[in-house]
Design a protein around this ligand. Structure first.
Ligand code: SF4
Length: 658
């Protein structure tokens, strides 16, 4: 169900405040099957409650096992105000909506009106589905078969959310042709507007008290609210960000600008398809489309073809050499627009296409001709042919201060990993958060008993050529002790592959490698295969939950400093230096400390979990800055002696060492 959760008829009277809900003898103690009083949960809930009531901003780090989800949901519900809850992932969104809210509904005597909101690309566009039946847009048997699935489902679904169609492949190319992105949407002019899944989601949202969104949707909405079209999230009194350590990156991507050759290609395809369907294709228009396509291919081919993200600060030199190709593409886009303006009795669907064309042309001009010091310009090659030109704000703190914190009475940021050495200075500075309250709520777990942190001292320095071979040998030993049941996490893809090749044939356990199957499929396989080992990079450092024995060991190869060659990191480092700061201490170490805490956080997910954490990078014990990492991690038992690791597992992974 997507909308309001219904109260059970025999509900107990609701609590009226957080203490009556979470406190000893409170509602939760009477109803929760495994109730255990968690002082941290009550502390957080009261902090959230008073921040909403007294209109203050709040930042909270709540260690794993605190029960932080309920600690913010309950005060949000009790406030009676409309509150947005924004999560880092769609998975967490769904967990809140399908698990936590229905659970809470049992403890409230009134209906909790809640709406799960996702971005437009998650929903089917009914109009596109109906058009697809008339227009041959499908290519190949696979697309025809996927279309049949979608067509059948569209007749019965109440939400139009693709998450419902389990049999549709994750990378279905048909879905991209039928989703409800703004690109071709005619809004109120559409014949399906009243029945449109987005219209219905907006109606549910307008009638709800709790809106569950994700950071991407939230910041896309915040960025769009500035424009004429308006946002999609209705007005709200407060916003709560869970997994708030991810906000800087997500906000940066929405307050920047970007254009790709694929966007131009998609636009031309859509224009062409509409012209055929609505019978306004003329030889002139067809030739303008073909010409623009050629000019776009020529222009984008001029950018360097290196893998990954590359900084690009030489627009002037580029224009001096390739100005003709750039200007020709602009002329091509202008010519196409003139052709479209000549269409007699233009159909409504043409309006969003022309708007898109202008937007792409303006973005291209901005990217090539603006020289804003606040932005870092970079190029990314994706797949075989994708070229993305991006501009990202180097520092989002001022933007967030202006557009978020200054506009809202209450913004609550929470995460299990947002403090460094027990302080919020780093997060507050990066995000532009001022005059806020804060709370540091310790974990509910006994880390001294549950986890052993091992830092081997005998391995070569991580930067030396011998490290990979030595790390592989060490990993084999550790996996033997733990009998597999491990995540081996890497800071780089190439290191992951090299170590995997050295380790995978030496042990009798199933070894999974990131990239060989979709993330969710690998995770399922890991959970269902005894003694399994997964080799992975940052995709598995967060948002992964494997409670129990199946995950008893997490090995990390290096301190997770962000790659200094990444253009955004490079620009941030340069800016901090220019402002008189020390980028290593002010940015790189705190960022890596939070990432390390995230990675290790995969291991202990419940009070009964036990296991080993190993970091193969002894800079943490040999360098002065290592203390910052130690001070930021939970209080794990600690050793540098390998025999103690062996003993730890021999004793059933129970109890730490001295
Ligand atoms: S209103 Fe837009 S998204 Fe909805 S069905 Fe119509 S065209 Fe599709």
């Amino acid at each position: 169900m997507q909308g309001a959760a219904k109260p059970a008829s025999n509900n107990p009277p609701s609590a009226t405040n957080a203490r009556k809900f979470f406190g000893r003898g409170g509602v939760l103690s009477r109803w929760h099957p495994n109730y255990e009083f968690r002082p941290g949960q009550l502390e957080m809930a009261e902090a959230v409650e008073s921040a909403i009531e007294e209109r203050k901003h709040l930042i909270v780090e709540a260690g794993t096992g605190t029960g932080k989800t309920l600690a913010y949901l309950v005060p949000a519900i009790l406030s009676g105000k409309r509150i947005v809850v924004s999560t880092g992932t769609k998975n967490l969104q769904e967990q809140l909506f399908y698990k936590d809210i229905p659970f809470l509904q049992q403890h409230f005597d009134r209906e909790i009106r809640v709406c799960l909101m996702k971005g437009r690309a998650n929903f089917a566009c009914r109009q596109k589905i109906y058009d697809a039946e008339k227009e041959p847009i499908l290519s190949g048997m696979e697309e025809v078969s996927d279309f049949k699935i979608i067509r059948e489902w569209e007749r019965t679904t109440e939400t139009g959310d693709r998450a419902e169609i389990l049999q549709l492949p994750e990378d279905s190319t048909v879905w991209a042709k039928l989703d409800a992105r703004r690109d071709t949407c005619t809004g109120q002019k559409c014949m399906q507007f009243e029945r449109c899944f987005l219209t219905q989601m907006h109606q549910r949202a307008a009638a709800s008290d709790i809106l569950i969104v994700n950071h991407h949707l939230f910041f896309a909405d915040l960025a769009v609210k500035e424009e004429d079209f308006g946002g999609i999230i209705p007005d709200y009194a407060a916003v709560i960000f869970d997994e708030a350590h991810e906000i800087e990156e997500v906000a940066g991507s929405y307050f920047g600008a970007g254009i790709s050759n694929f966007q131009v290609l998609d636009l031309l395809r859509d224009v062409s398809a509409l012209a055929r369907r609505k019978l306004f294709d003329t030889p002139d228009l067809t030739s303008a489309i073909i010409q623009t396509q050629d000019l776009s291919d020529q222009f984008f081919a001029l950018f360097p073809r290196v893998e990954g993200r590359t900084g690009f600060s030489s627009q002037a030199a580029f224009l001096a050499e390739h100005g003709n190709a750039y200007r020709s593409l602009l002329i091509g886009l202008d010519l196409l627009e003139s052709n479209l303006s000549l269409v007699h009795d233009a159909p409504e669907e043409l309006i969003p296409l022309v708007r898109r064309l202008r937007f792409l042309r303006d973005t291209l001009k901005f990217w090539m001709e603006s020289n804003t010091r606040e932005l870092v310009y970079w190029i990314e090659r994706r797949g075989k042919n994708g070229i993305y030109l991006q501009a990202t704000p180097i520092d989002v703190s001022k933007l967030l201060e202006e557009k978020l914190f200054a506009q809202m009475d209450t913004v609550i940021l929470t995460s299990a990993t947002i403090a460094v050495q027990g302080s919020f200075d780093f997060a507050q500075k990066r995000l532009g958060l001022k005059n806020n309250r804060s709370a540091l709520v310790p974990s509910h777990f006994d880390y001294q008993k549950q986890a052993l942190l091992y830092i081997p001292q005998h391995l070569p320095d991580v930067r030396s050529p011998g490290f990979t071979a030595a790390a592989a040998d060490e990993i084999v030993d550790l996996l033997e002790y733990s009998e597999g049941r491990a995540f081996v996490l890497f800071t780089s893809y190439s290191q992951m592959k090299q170590v995997y090749e050295r380790v995978s044939f030496r042990l009798p356990y199933e070894m999974l490698l990131q990239g060989t199957a979709p993330r969710t499929a690998l995770l399922e396989q890991f959970k269902n295969t005894p003694n399994c080992v997964l080799f992975a990079t940052s995709a598995f450092w967060q948002g992964v939950d494997v409670p129990g024995d199946q995950l008893s060991c997490v090995i990390i190869d290096k301190l997770p400093f962000a790659a200094p060659s990444d253009p955004i990191v490079e620009a941030r480092v340069a800016l901090i230096r220019e402002q008189g700061g020390n980028p290593f201490y002010d940015y790189q170490i705190p960022q890596a400390a939070i990432a390390l805490k995230q990675g290790f956080g995969r291991l202990i997910r419940s009070k009964t979990d036990r296991g080993l954490l190993a970091l193969l990078d002894h800079r943490i014990t040999s360098q002065r800055y290592g203390q910052i990492f130690f001070d930021s991690l939970p209080d794990y038992a600690f050793t540098i002696k390998k025999p103690e690791v062996e003993r730890f597992f021999r004793n059933g992974g129970d109890g730490g060492t001295q």
